[in-house]
Design a protein. Structure first.
Length: 97
């Protein structure tokens, strides 16, 4: 098993935000857009990079950075930096320890 790994990921959502059902249902358009943050247009996408290190078979440390563009005009991008520690306890089917 490699001790160091790097990864990249790209996510894209083609958000066909058809809000006519809500507006036709009696919710005013301005109120709906303000409360939900959804508009008729805007396709969110996200870029993610990660680096992880496995000091043993039972543990992994991962550093991950993501940048989310919500696709809405005037909205700021969301930057997320995450540090994870993953571990497993006890024996498992692949090995008899």
């Amino acid at each position: 098993m490699p001790r160091w790994r790097i990864g990249a990921r790209y996510d894209y959502l083609n958000a066909d935000n058809d809000i006519s059902d809500y507006v036709d249902g009696g919710i005013p358009l301005d109120e709906f857009l303000e409360e939900s943050g959804l508009g008729d247009e805007g396709n969110p996408d996200r870029y993610t990079l990660m680096l992880d290190y496995s000091p043993s078979h039972f543990s992994r440390i991962r550093l991950q950075y993501s940048q989310l563009d919500t696709g809405h005009e005037g909205a700021d991008d969301n930057d997320i930096l995450m540090l994870q520690y993953l571990m497993s306890l006890g024996s498992h089917g692949a090995h008899k320890y």
